[in-house]
Design a protein around this ligand. Sequence first.
Ligand SMILES: Nc1ncnc2c1ncn2[C@@H]1O[C@H](COP(=O)(O)OP(=O)(O)OP(=O)(O)O)[C@@H](O)[C@H]1O
Length: 365
Amino acid sequence: MSINITNVGRRFARFAALKRINLTIKDGEFLAILGPSGCGKTTLLRLIAGFDTPSEGTIEMEGNKVSSPKHHLPTEKRNIGMVFQSFALWPHMTVRKHIEFPLKHHQFVNQSLRKNMEQRTNDVLKIIKLQDLAGRMPAELSGGQRQRVALGRAIAPEPKVLLMDEPLSSLDAELRIAMRSELQEIHRLTGTSIVYVTHDQGEALAMADRIVVMNQGSIEQIGTPQEIYTHPRTSFVAHFVGKANLLKGSWQGRRFFPEEAAHISWPDFGVSKELKQESIYPVRPEQFFIRRDGGEIPGTITNRQYQGKAMRYTVQTAGGSRQVDTDLTDYFQLGESVFLVFKTIPLADAKEVETGRSENVGESV
Ligand SMILES: Nc1ncnc2c1ncn2[C@@H]1O[C@H](COP(=O)(O)OP(=O)(O)OP(=O)(O)O)[C@@H](O)[C@H]1O
């Protein structure tokens, strides 16, 4: 289902929780709404769901107006499925009964699904991989299994759009990662449009076809995960998604002269005009090398975090605190004096630099 959101605003008394939101959700796409706590994600999702009405603007589903300040199509008439952070399962119902319930009661269920309810229930149990646990009660399931029941219940009636509000946030870290691929698979199998609210950039980058980054009730940027990561439009997006270091300096044509190392300059790898206007260059943690014997920006190692594949260092420079990811083999002591060196290669190709890195040590300084 395609959804058009035009100039939508939502005020609570004098507070504007959403300001002039314009967004088109394409049929079948997996769209993530990403932003920090309080930026308006849930408010937007509630408007799409029909739990709330906009103060301004309109929402259309498949070309039909469903919401405006004067017009409101109730939730049960919108053909949507919903999954929330709290799975909200019914304690007295088995897994199978949870899947059957919307097939019996959802008003959009088509006749063939209703007639073949047993078959549909079995198909859904297979999709959510709970065929063998169909007779269990929620209390007899793990957190991930319960979340899969909530998903199964939502997809069973074949809704045209699935709205999810932080559906994985109550699961432990390992399960959250595992559930990401399950959600992707469910998206592939059902072809349903998904609107997925999260404050977790990893989830949005990993699963979504497009990401909407929100801040203080407004949209900061809409793009594919790669566009958002490699070409953030604003300093908020650059920092919120991927923790870019925002270096101050001056732009002269297509070169950037960082304030804290005025003798050097870096090429423009597609920095947005908004960031240029702010005299900022966004440098991802993986775009810096740390060197001992000379480099571009002097600093001191002030923190070190082991991250499995990489080591994340905090380097205090004259301009501020910089985050830098290095190979595990590059080991620096807290308090050590070092230099940062910008990798002069566009981000999309940064992997190549990473692989050839140990040979390059010392050469590119
Ligand atoms: N019914 C309400 N009355 C007054 N203010 C509200 C109401 N609902 C939401 N807000 C305010 O609107 C803003 C956006 O809230 P919303 O729940 O949409 O944020 P969010 O991005 O989903 O945050 P979180 O990630 O913490 O759930 C917040 O400042 C919140 O306090």
